[in-house]
Design a protein around this ligand. Structure first.
Ligand SMILES: [Zn+2]
Length: 217
């Protein structure tokens, strides 16, 4: 799953309005951020192939640390303990759930290569076999959670969030349907860097989408 993860942040944001959106954006995508970094550091491995299905042009070889259920749980636990300590238990629990949500949302889409314990017991429900259905599912999930659960939140600037939704949707359409230029097609690292930059930009925009609390002097 790509941008659909942000739907989890939109779905719960109003209920936990004190937690900033940018922090939620990092939490729900923490597994991918870690994967990008680990791949660029040669700790984890993917490779690119020719495939008529755009979702299978990147093949997972080895993602035991960023994308196994066990390690996702460990990372989410660390996040829980850190935010319980520096903020409170609610922050810890909410961020724990958001970090963990990544694995469970990747599960239906991946073919059987999402590991449970490090590199072992790989699972997945193959939704990416159905290109249009997978594409629409992600877009609809983000749009519904944004519009019905987050739109018109007094803390947000609606226009900035609208730009964010349009930008994420355009990017997702681009990565799904536009054929990669030759040089990118051959370089999985180039794809990883593009995704890393895109997710970072989305996070920065989410930071500017929220009104800062007024400080009374
Ligand atoms: Zn992922």
């Amino acid at each position: 799953m790509y941008i659909g993860h942000y739907g989890v942040a939109f779905a719960m944001k109003k209920k936990f309005n004190q937690i900033p959106l940018w922090l939620m954006f990092i939490s729900v995508q923490l597994a991918d951020f870690l994967a990008f970094i680990f791949i660029l550091l040669w700790i984890e491995k993917i490779h690119s192939v020719e495939n008529p299905n755009p979702f299978y042009r990147v093949v997972i070889d080895y993602l035991p640390y960023s994308h196994s259920l066990f390690s996702t749980f460990i990372f989410s636990l660390i996040i829980f303990l850190v935010f319980w300590k520096i903020k409170n238990k609610t922050w810890g629990l909410v961020l724990w759930a958001w970090v963990l949500s990544h694995w469970f949302l990747d599960l239906p889409f991946q073919k059987s290569n999402l590991p449970i314990f490090f590199d072992s017991y790989q699972v997945g429900f193959w939704l990416w076999d159905y290109i249009s259905l997978s594409f629409i599912t992600e877009l609809v999930f983000v749009s519904i959670t944004w519009y019905f659960l987050y739109h018109n939140n007094p803390k947000i600037k609606n226009m900035v969030i609208l730009i964010l939704i349009l930008l994420t949707s355009w990017f997702f359409t681009f990565v799904t349907f536009i054929k990669d230029p030759e040089n990118i097609e051959n370089s999985s690292n180039a794809k990883i860097i593009i995704l890393l930059i895109a997710y970072t930009i989305f996070t920065i925009i989410s930071y500017f989408s929220e009104r800062k609390e007024k400080i009374n002097l």
